[in-house]
Design a protein around this ligand. Sequence first.
Ligand code: SF4
Length: 312
Amino acid sequence: MAYQHLFGPVPSRRLGVSLGVDLVPYKVCSQNCIYCEVGKTTNLTIKRREYVNIHSVIEELEHFLSGNPELDFITFSGAGEPTLNSGLGKLIKYLKKYFPQFKIALITNSNLLTEAKLQDEIQDIDVLLPSLDAASDEVFQILNRPCRELNIKQIIDGIITTRKKLKGKMWLEIFLSPGINDTPEELEKLQEACQRINPHLIQLNTLDRPGVIPELQALPVDRMEQIRNYFLPLPVEVISKAVIRKQQKSYNLDIASSIIETIKRRPSTDKDLCQILGLHINELNKYLSSLLAENLISKRDGTRGTYFEVNQ
Ligand code: SF4
């Protein structure tokens, strides 16, 4: 069966062996973050609807999971914001009923957690990974470039209510960008928000791969460690370090060598590689960051975006 909505399993830094489930087409999202690894948002919306037919997702999952694969998580993520799919609740119910042996994770930008209906739909998720990059509207606008209806205070309140309803764990991700949300004022506000949210874990992240804006920089590791102190004694970890994923169970050496072979012949952008190798953008990104960390490949800006090439 050729899967349209499933990708991987991918070697995920935070979730181990993770089967990706994509619930929106490229690229439907309620934000257009400057650091997005997927690409520019082409449909900026907060409207929930069945962007991808849930029955076809269920069919694919049924086929894949009946082989009893070794997975740490089934993860709703993908090429946009998964909570925008109005069939999400139905999908979670289905998995919990027919495949309770698999754990479910949801990666979300948190925008729609203000909605009571969504809070209820996702309360059985095993691990919820919401993002919160800003605690002031000013920084929210610069970094996340959201739909104009969205307001960061309401979103923080939505995350707080979701946390209270959630039966599983909440790992809150903060993406740090130098000069934008790493000022003492913004960090203070983020810390206050985290105290109110009370997540099981805060994960600090920074740029792993080039985003939409080429000049965007990653925060150095020592600065990330300093910032970590702002959040103590809350449970907080730095996940920014690029990892070499080779040791991870689901790291597929064939995929890694196909990427290298392809760009050896001709430097390529991420879009080229997805097309040539038939990979999902999220899956490709995991391999690119690992190959960059191993210094096997490098990147440079070109006419059609960022190109990847093999190091000699
Ligand atoms: S919320 Fe996620 S998918 Fe949407 S623009 Fe931001 S990083 Fe990209």
